[in-house]
Design a protein around this ligand. Structure first.
Ligand SMILES: C[S@@+](CC[C@H](N)C(=O)[O-])C[C@H]1O[C@@H](n2cnc3c(N)ncnc32)[C@H](O)[C@@H]1O
Length: 237
């Protein structure tokens, strides 16, 4: 009997962040980057809760970090309704394209979330359909976990199918298992990761590059596939 040859998994050319962030999939102004705070095309709808009520219930000086914030519309609306002592920060690769003045209490930073470091902790950290374009998604989640205030909440849309091993095989199950072990909750129905409370997260994955030509993800939009080598792991509070 002739043995069946092992099927070689094609590994595409993997791009470093510098090139990934200039690819047509990531540097794409036509993506939905104008979600508001509430309503049909909104953060409340995508997150499954109203960020404003969540923040208002937390403290007199609530803080919200929105990673991959697009135009920052949800943050702008929240800034107008929260106390003047609230701290709101948005970080986006291309920043807001509309030249609208930024209200007091809100900072919109143009930077890659893979390089930016939070200078403080936050009560709420969100990433609404932003991870789909980030190369080292797992690394970003691990860093964001350390930026949570005590009992702070992190919510991010995540497509496990976009995580691959160095030889091109799917790593969705092991990625979700490692994230759960580190304290995250994952809702497959909503493609949402949630983490309550800060932690030092070490995931057993070492990032090696990304493929922006992997095709559409569950949103129907072209997205990035992130490639990792397996490593050692853990998480501490
Ligand atoms: C689909 S849009 C979502 C924007 C916003 N969260 C919303 O829901 O309206 C994805 C955003 O991710 C941003 N983005 C992609 N890669 C990024 C990176 N490495 N760092 C920061 N922002 C990034 C894009 O510029 C874009 O504004």
């Amino acid at each position: 009997m002739v043995p069946t040859p092992a099927v070689a998994t094609a590994v595409p050319e993997l791009l470093p962040d510098h090139d990934l962030e200039r690819s047509s999939v990531v540097a794409n102004n036509t993506m939905n980057r104008e979600r508001g705070l509430a309503g049909v095309n909104s953060y409340a709808r995508e997150l499954g809760f109203d960020p404003l009520s969540h923040l208002s219930a937390r403290s007199a000086s609530p803080s919200w970090l929105d990673l991959c914030s697009g135009e920052g519309r949800a943050l702008r609306t929240a800034a107008a309704q929260l106390p003047a002592t609230a701290v709101l920060t948005g970080v986006d690769l291309v920043g807001p394209l509309d030249a609208v003045p930024v209200p007091p209490g809100l900072e919109l930073i143009t930077a890659s979330v893979t390089a930016w470091e939070a200078p403080r902790t936050y009560d709420l950290i969100t990433c609404v359909h932003g991870l789909h374009y980030v190369g080292d998604q797992l690394g970003m989640l691990a860093r964001a976990a350390s930026w949570l205030a005590p009992d702070g909440l992190l919510v991010a849309h995540f497509d496990p199918v976009s995580v691959r091993t160095a030889d091109g095989r799917p790593a969705a199950r092991s990625a979700v298992a490692a994230l759960r072990k580190a304290g995250f909750t994952y809702s497959a129905a909503h493609h949402r990761l949630t983490l309550l409370g800060p932690r030092i997260v070490r995931l057993p994955f070492r990032y090696i590059g990304a493929d922006p030509a992997s095709g559409p993800n569950y949103t129907g939009q072209p997205a990035v596939a992130s490639y990792y080598q397996r490593d050692g792991a853990g998480s501490t509070r």
